[in-house]
Write a protein that binds this ligand. Sequence first.
Ligand SMILES: Nc1ncnc2c1ncn2[C@@H]1O[C@H](COP(=O)(O)OP(=O)(O)OP(=O)(O)O)[C@@H](O)[C@H]1O
Ligand SMILES: [Mg+2]
Length: 331
Amino acid sequence: MNRATKPAEESLIERAARVYDFGAHLRGPSAVSSDETATTVVRPEPVEPVADEPVAERANASPSSGRAEGRAYTPSPIDLLPEWAAPANIAAIDRIMLAEKGMLVPGAPVGALAEEFRLIKRQLLLNARAVSEGPLKQRARTILVGSGKPGEGKTFCAINLALSLSAEKDVEILLVDGDFAKPDVMATLGLDDSLGFLDILGDSTLDPESCIVRTDVPQLSLLPAGKRTHADTELLASDRTGVMLDRLLAANPKRIIVFDTPPALAASPASVLALLVGQVMLVVRADRTTESDVREAVNLLDGCDQISLILNSVSYEPGRGRFGSYYGQEK
Ligand SMILES: Nc1ncnc2c1ncn2[C@@H]1O[C@H](COP(=O)(O)OP(=O)(O)OP(=O)(O)O)[C@@H](O)[C@H]1O
Ligand SMILES: [Mg+2]
């Protein structure tokens, strides 16, 4: 992971370019850098899709039988309860759906992806501590997950980061869907949409806490995107957003807020939110994002001083995975 203060120094791009050849995907997979000394870039390993097998068989799979975290399916504690006994106000995250998407599955054994996100969150937590000593104070507990273009893995990384962070001691994670045009967080977790972020912004009488969805993953709550209006951007750019953010942070001193956002190059919300948050985690898709996309995205998000890059979906060469051999998950 690379960090940069303002892009004036351009160290963020240059450091990323040193360890990742941005044009490699244009020349074919063999050109992708596999430099194992590139320890400053954190690389979530791509996860192969789970084989197309019946859900029942997947649910019975042995935790150690699969390569991806997703294979090690662990039922939600709420799934194990009879329907009449499941708490009504706690949403049950769909572990099977997470497994199918190759994402972290709460309660599953630690694999390569979990280890990558441990590294990522550790760095972000360190950043947050440093930011909290500056003028942003409690806003240090907010992290925006963004990228330049669609499909680079923002939602994938935001959810995995939130799941990984929620395993920390003494924190409460609130994952907010800030992508109003294409809200994917709830659906990816197998949950229905409900009142959310935009509704709170549009109605000052609505208590933000009442819109928060508690989940069966301890210490993880969600705030859906809410109902779209024509005035989304204006609402977001209003003072009310900062006030609402501060209210959410003040309501729980252990709370860390992670925002999933729309692509910065395609829509304005990410750059508006970047002005308010403590840090930005910019997702760069190894097989897709170009250097100029990264530069433009950094420029749009530089309302935040603390920008980190995360290189998503890197292919490793056989036998060279950073955690692959350790976890017996050679490709
Ligand atoms: N490292 C990864 N391993 C496996 N699948 C991935 C990875 N990163 C992203 N994906 C998959 O790629 C697709 C696009 O990812 P995602 O929806 O997170 O992108 P996004 O940046 O949020 O897109 P959008 O801008 O449309 O919201 C999804 O199906 C996601 O599961
Ligand atoms: Mg998304």
